[in-house]
Design a protein. Structure first.
Length: 237
């Protein structure tokens, strides 16, 4: 018997539609305060030692929606900068009703203090490389496979992946910024794949512009996801 093939493009469309549909009630209630918060974070650029790019409006909403849907209790991030992604994820966790969430975020070149408006315990590892942060966490968490969501908005270093494999749960949700062309998102994906730690994860491309337009966004997003097959359920309706 033959099998039914579903392309990555088609699956990605379905996954993002489901993620944004799930967040739609919160979009109606929270969008003003959420996008006001994102805009206020732009003011932190004046304190940057390395003034670089931040995430787009639709990527911020995508991260908020992913965090709200999966409700991870323990989160990692590489690349804090002005904290739009950090606060999008933390706000998504908070607004979903999650209690006791923690989030560790690092930035090699910046030390910008973020205003935390959520119940998530955010630990900023300022002027700290991903390798240093992962090593500290490995020591303090005794190698337990605990972290359930990671956002990568910096370049993974050579030593990072073996440590990540020890501190992350096997079904971790991975969000990759800049997943296009020869940008860091595609490199991070290729490096993790080469290290053989993604055998049961499925690549979800960034949401298409057409889908983003349906949900009222006029910019574009380069946020891809890697979802473990156990984090997707097929339902009858
Ligand atoms: C594109 S910016 C992050 C934007 C941020 N996510 C936001 O929403 O505002 C990337 C930041 O990651 C930092 N970075 C890159 N690679 C890193 C690494 N391996 N470890 C720690 N920080 C890193 C850079 O110094 C830079 O400040």
């Amino acid at each position: 018997m033959k099998t039914l093939n579903i392309s990555t493009r088609l699956l990605s469309e379905a996954v993002w539609r489901r993620i944004f549909d799930n967040a739609a009630p919160r979009y109606m209630q929270k969008r003003q305060s959420f996008f006001d918060l994102m805009a206020s974070l732009d003011l932190l650029r004046k304190g940057a030692e390395y003034n670089t790019g931040s995430i787009s409006t639709s990527s911020a909403w995508a991260l908020y929606s992913v965090a709200g849907l999966f409700q991870p209790e323990k989160v990692l991030e590489v690349g804090t900068f002005i904290g739009k992604s950090t606060m999008a994820i933390a706000t998504g966790m908070h607004d979903s009703g999650l209690q006791n969430g923690i989030l560790h975020t690092c930035d090699l070149s910046n030390a910008i203090e973020l205003p935390n408006t959520t119940n998530v315990k955010i630990t900023q590892h300022k002027k700290t490389s991903s390798t240093e942060m992962f090593r500290q966490i490995q020591l303090s968490h005794n190698n337990k496979h605990q972290f359930q969501f990671i956002h990568l908005d910096g370049r993974l270093q050579n030593d990072d992946i073996p440590i990540l494999a020890k501190i992350c749960s096997t079904d971790i949700v991975i969000a990759l910024d800049d997943f296009e062309g020869f940008e860091k998102g595609t490199f991070n994906f290729a490096n993790m794949q080469a290290a053989n730690i993604l055998t049961d994860h499925i690549l979800i491309y960034p949401p298409s512009e057409a889908l983003l337009r349906d949900f009222g966004f006029v910019d574009h997003s380069t946020t891809a996801l890697l979802l473990h097959k156990n984090t997707i359920d097929f339902t009858p309706q």
